[in-house]
Design a protein around this ligand. Structure first.
Ligand code: NAD
Length: 355
């Protein structure tokens, strides 16, 4: 993993991607037309925010029953609505929860999705679906859930509060970092992830200082897209396994959990892979990747502790065994119970690791 061997297999997922600041309505209508859509099921969380975006579409049904982490019963209700209205294209406008529900419908119906993301979660660029049942989150990979097209319109992000933008942008950054050592990480993934780090490192502080500026939003969207493409190919590394366990078991907010856990995983792994650390440091324009992440987190006011996200101290121990079970073999350092316990404790307390 540490030297760039050029013997690898990489699959590029087939998807149309449009960056169209201020032009989502027309771009979305064109993408739906390309798919021959005449009866669109639009999945959204906010009617007001999304009405102008849907204005040029043949909407058969507007579905707003979206719940985070996609509970199975919510997915079943959405599938029934799609069947009842004889939908032929799914359009989702919203964050990862909204995209996730469209994927759950596509998984069983095969309906094509056009995604219009309004956070930096990146689900729109992956073929990964997730469903939650009885406090347990199940994920899987299926080509049917990969949106056929994505329309990115930075103008739709202006209402995303700065704190949510920061957490979501750091979630995207976590995709980049985990893609450096994920189980299927290859040189193409790492090239995308490094450019993603650079774009997020420049975009996020601009959102902080000018939340209504298109430039910072657009850079961050670009970084988030690259991050998700890299991540879809590289697969979940230790960071994502930890967040997956925490999110599924304790219903913690997705993006904020990623934002808190990331420095702890980076501090654990980066010293064991000095050449990857050096490349990430360059992308962060810092002396080390951790120093770069620390500086960025300080500039944007990142969330710090799992305690502040509502995780009870006594829940920490329950997370250790499932994390150990899920930890990928590819992780740069061996993952023991002690390693996980210490990492979780520091993340819970919000002890910022030394750069
Ligand atoms: P989310 O979709 O729940 O959105 C967070 C909040 O932001 C919600 O309250 C939403 O209504 C609000 N919001 C969204 N866009 C807004 C806007 N433009 N303006 C104002 N408010 C806005 O959270 P998320 O972090 O985007 O996504 C998290 C979910 O996505 C998790 O379930 C996670 O597992 C999933 N996910 C999946 C993948 C994948 O590849 N399958 C990748 C990343 C995330």
């Amino acid at each position: 993993m540490t030297s760039e061997s050029l013997r690898f297999e990489h699959e590029t997922l087939a998807q149309r991607v449009r960056f169209a600041a201020g032009g989502a309505t027309e771009a979305l209508a064109e993408e739906v037309r390309r798919l021959g859509g005449e009866r669109v099921m639009a999945i959204v969380t906010s009617r007001e925010r999304t009405a102008p975006v849907l204005a040029a579409l043949p909407v058969a049904v507007l579905h707003t029953d979206v719940v985070r982490h996609v509970p199975v019963e919510v997915a079943e209700r959405a599938r029934a609505v799609a069947a009842e209205h004889d939908a032929d294209v799914l359009v989702c406008v919203g964050g990862g929860s909204t995209t996730g529900l469209a994927k759950a419908v596509a998984l069983t119906t095969g309906l094509p999705i056009v995604a219009v993301p309004t956070t930096y979660a990146g689900s729109e660029a992956t073929d990964v679906w997730g469903l939650t049942e009885g406090g347990r989150k199940t994920t899987g990979v299926d080509p049917r859930v990969l949106p056929r097209a994505i329309v990115y319109d930075a103008g739709l992000m202006l209402g995303l509060p700065v704190a949510t933008s920061v957490a979501s942008g750091l979630n995207a950054l976590a995709h980049c970092v985990d893609s450096m050592w994920g189980p299927r990480s290859d040189p193409v993934d790492r090239a995308l992830a490094l450019e993603g780090i650079r774009a997020l490192r420049t975009g996020l502080p601009r959102i902080e200082t000018d939340p209504q500026g298109i430039g910072g939003r657009e850079q961050t969207l670009y970084g988030a897209y690259l991050a998700a493409v890299a991540f879809a190919s590289a697969g979940s590394g230790l960071h994502h396994k930890i967040c997956h366990v925490l999110g599924g078991r304790f219903d913690l907010p997705h993006a904020e959990t990623h934002a808190v856990v990331l420095p702890h995983v980076l501090a654990l792994n980066a010293p064991a892979v000095p050449d990857l650390d050096a490349r990430m440091a360059q992308a962060f324009a810092a002396d080390s990747s951790l120093a770069g992440l620390r500086r960025l987190r300080g500039r944007v006011g990142a969330p710090r502790s799992l305690a502040e996200l509502g995780l009870a101290e006594h829940d920490l121990s329950a997370a250790v065994a499932p994390i150990l079970e899920a930890a990928p073999e590819s992780n740069p350092v061996p993952v023991t119970a002690e390693v996980v316990e210490t990492l979780l404790r520091h993340a819970w307390e919000g002890t910022e690791p030394d750069a």
